[in-house]
Structure formats: structure tokens, C-alpha cells
Design a protein around this ligand. Structure first.
Ligand SMILES: [Zn+2]
Length: 131
């Protein structure tokens, strides 16, 4: 059984799905109830491309609780091939290596392990394309 929070995020974290506004075709990720462009409320589910390029990144030296083991790690804004931008961790990449990375691809990876329950949450991360 999924904890409530994991269940709610299932579609965008595991299946990399976004919402496309039926009125103005804007694609929003993660999904929202109201389109930020036209205030429309009718959406269809679309799959996002699994490749993109790094627009900008930052190094996380002081991670949130539960992510201490990963520090330091890279968090980037990735522009997918359809123009949608996502905030994501860049895995398999050191702080030095990120300077030379531009193309990245999506992979489903372990995000965190909940201490008490021992439940392992998976979700999307991006890794350098030519690695
Ligand atoms: Zn819209």
C-alpha cells in the first residue's frame, strides 16, 4: 500500500505524465487543476519526452531531511525536446562533471527511503546522455 503522498504523485513521478490544456495546448508539469496560461480547466494527459538539455543547475550542499547521503548533488532545470521545463536531480554526475554536460535522459531511480516505514520511493531523475 502506498502512503497517501506517494499515491497522489504516482502519475507524474513514475509515468512522467503531464497535462495538456485542451483550450490553448499549454503543457503543464506537474499537472495543475487550472491552466496558468488561459485559466482553462479541461486537460488531456500527455507523455513527456524523456530527453532534454540542461538550462541551468545548482549544487545542493545542504539537502533536505532524508537526502543527506546524496550531498552534494546537482539539481537542474531541464528543457525537454518539446520545450517543457522540469526541475530534476541529475544522477550519475559529480559536481565537477556537470560543467561538461548538456544533454540528459530520464531514468526511474530511487528517490528516498522512508526511515521508519522502510518504503522506498522511486521517481524520475535525469542522467548525462553519453555516459
Ligand atoms: Zn490553457
Amino acid at each position: 500500500m502506498f502512503p497517501a503522498k506517494n499515491w497522489r504523485e504516482y502519475n507524474h513521478r513514475y509515468r512522467f505524465e503531464a497535462s495538456k490544456c485542451k483550450k490553448c495546448n499549454h503543457i503543464e508539469f506537474p499537472s495543475r487543476i487550472i491552466c496558468p496560461k488561459c485559466k482553462g480547466r479541461d486537460f488531456e494527459v500527455v507523455d513527456l519526452p524523456q530527453e532534454g538539455k540542461i538550462v541551468t543547475y545548482t549544487i545542493q550542499y545542504v539537502p533536505p531531511v532524508g537526502f543527506e547521503d546524496l550531498s552534494p548533488y546537482v539539481v537542474a532545470i531541464v528543457e525537454l525536446t518539446n520545450g517543457v521545463r522540469v526541475t530534476t536531480q541529475i544522477a550519475d554526475c559529480t559536481v565537477d562533471e556537470i560543467k561538461n554536460v548538456s544533454r540528459v535522459v530520464m531514468e526511474i531511480r530511487k528517490i528516498r527511503e522512508d526511515g521508519e516505514s522502510g518504503i522506498i520511493a522511486y521517481g524520475y531523475k535525469f542522467v548525462p546522455q553519453n555516459k
